[in-house]
Write a protein that binds this ligand. Sequence first.
Ligand SMILES: [Zn+2]
Length: 164
Amino acid sequence: MKRHDAKIVLKKLFDSFGKTSPTIPQVEVYIDWAEQYDDTVVNSTIDKMIKGSKRFPVIADLHEVARNERSMIMDTSKHCWYCGDTGLVPALYRPNEVSTIPYTKYLACSCIRGELMAKHTPSYFERFNEGLQFQDRITGDETIDYPDLFNGWRHEIIVNHKEG
Ligand SMILES: [Zn+2]
């Protein structure tokens, strides 16, 4: 969640527990917490706390509830073929100053799992202009998830790359 939005929902939390004038360092700790999670997760966590918690939640409480909320959202979301429900899509990179051989890097999927699990990872679909890196290999009736297909091709692609 963005800092600006975090301030608004956290005010709701502080207010509902009668903490009308929390100190700035105190608020900062809570903002740090909110910045680590997606909007949906932060909102439902704060709602749960306001409705169900008898005492003002400490950061550890918030992390615990937020992690549960996150896994619940992920469990109930529909299957994602692009990332195989990991939130990450593999991409093959050419040799460069980092690696002398082609290497795999995982970028964030655009599905809910990508948003929840990899919010600080660069976006796969931005990197490849909303398409797939190996779009030409996709036949359209795949039953195997893209990351598994990718792993199957990876070796062949690297061998061809060396020969070509
Ligand atoms: Zn996905």
